[in-house]
Design a protein around this ligand. Structure first.
Ligand code: F6P
Length: 342
């Protein structure tokens, strides 16, 4: 039977749990529900520049739901970024290879940078659908990205484990959580893991406030404290957030302090059930949009519903934690230190 449409899928930017679930959601819906042909593009936009792709058959999509990473590979290639090597026009190559492949639409699974590139490709005349992913949860327009829930489990588990060793040694433990410029993961993991101090990029912090709070805990005979810091907080360029904050705490309080940088562990491994479901629902919705030729859109979660918005609306916007966010207010109401006076 003649295929209805031919679509390409790529995963771009930093990886996260749930990418394979999204690839499977797109691929199976396209093949089974709509009789479409599916092409997997390697290493994000690099694959379209270098003509590196493979046809994705239905059986290749079996058994990948639970796998971490991405079977397609990823890269941080930004084709519209001027690099100084003006010899190759990457957007032009992408457009030429998209046409040569005979694609009807390109599905771009990625974070903010990827959705920005996707919107630029729409301006260049390509049919594109975006699917938002990232552990940072900072993509504009969607309540949640997939990847976030899995990372939240990992970060919370890490904080849980710090409590007992902190208690044994009567120490202050500083843990650094990823999130780029956003504090979602730090705030949620900090609250779920029972952090005493939570520092996020969206709120200014004052080391006197933090140190006085920690000294007060010691005076109240609380044997240890957990300080959860986002990688993106204000700090000197060359130092990690965890190093900077733990040094300032030790010199300001005199209490023995240790640091942990959780790093890429937060991005690895099998996706949580919530992320598997979200990625699957995003994937299926993306193909429904393609089937009705409603291009230039990004799928989103709004409340319990999966909806879509214009890719051009996403643009360069970031979804940051609002300073008056309800969870911040709850934290303050429980005497959790957010680094500054409310
Ligand atoms: O966007 C996801 C993320 O893991 C951020 O939390 C972090 O700042 C960044 O990617 C790390 O990027 P890279 O994989 O390029 O080191």
């Amino acid at each position: 039977m003649k295929k209805q449409k031919k679509i390409g899928i790529l995963t771009a930017g930093g990886d996260c749990p749930g990418l394979n679930a999204a690839i499977r959601g797109v691929g199976k819906t396209a093949i089974v529900k709509y009789n479409m042909e599916v092409v997997g593009i390697s290493s994000g936009f690099l694959g379209l520049i270098n003509k590196d792709y493979i046809p994705l058959e239905e059986q290749m999509l079996s058994g990948i739901l639970t796998l971490g990473g991405t079977i397609l590979g990823t890269s941080r290639e930004k084709p519209f970024k001027k690099t100084g090597h003006l010899s190759i026009d990457k957007p032009k190559l992408i457009k030429a290879h998209y046409d040569e492949l005979g694609l009807d639409c390109l599905v771009c699974i990625g974070g903010n940078g990827t959705q920005k590139t996707a919107a630029r490709l729409v301006e260049e005349g390509l049919n594109v659908i975006g699917i938002p992913k990232t552990i940072d949860n900072d993509v504009w327009g969607t309540d949640q990205t997939f990847g976030f829930d899995s990372a939240l489990w990992i970060a919370t588990d890490a904080i849980d484990r710090l409590h007992s060793t902190a208690n044994s040694h009567k120490r202050i433990m500083v843990i650094e959580i990823m999130g780029h410029h956003a504090g979602w993961l730090t705030l949620y993991a900090g609250m779920a893991g029972g952090g005493d101090v939570i520092l996020i990029p969206e709120l200014d912090y004052n080391m006197d406030v933090v140190n006085n709070y920690l000294l007060e805990r010691a005076r109240k005979k609380k044997p240890y404290s957990i300080v959860v810091v986002a990688e993106g907080i204000e700090k000197p360029k060359k130092q990690s957030a965890a190093s900077f904050i733990s040094e300032r705490i030790e010199e300001g309080t005199g209490i023995e302090t240790r640091k942990t940088i959780l790093g890429y562990i937060q991005r690895g491994g099998s996706p949580s059930p919530v992320d598997r479901l979200l990625a699957t629902r995003f994937g299926a919705k993306a193909v429904d949009l393609i089937a009705r030729e409603d291009y230039g859109r990004m799928v989103i979660k709004k409340g319990e519903k999966i909806k879509d918005i214009l890719l051009s609306e996403v643009g360069s916007n970031l979804k940051l934690v609002p300073p008056d966010y309800s969870l911040i207010k709850k934290a303050r109401g429980m005497d959790i230190c957010m680094g500054c006076k409310a």
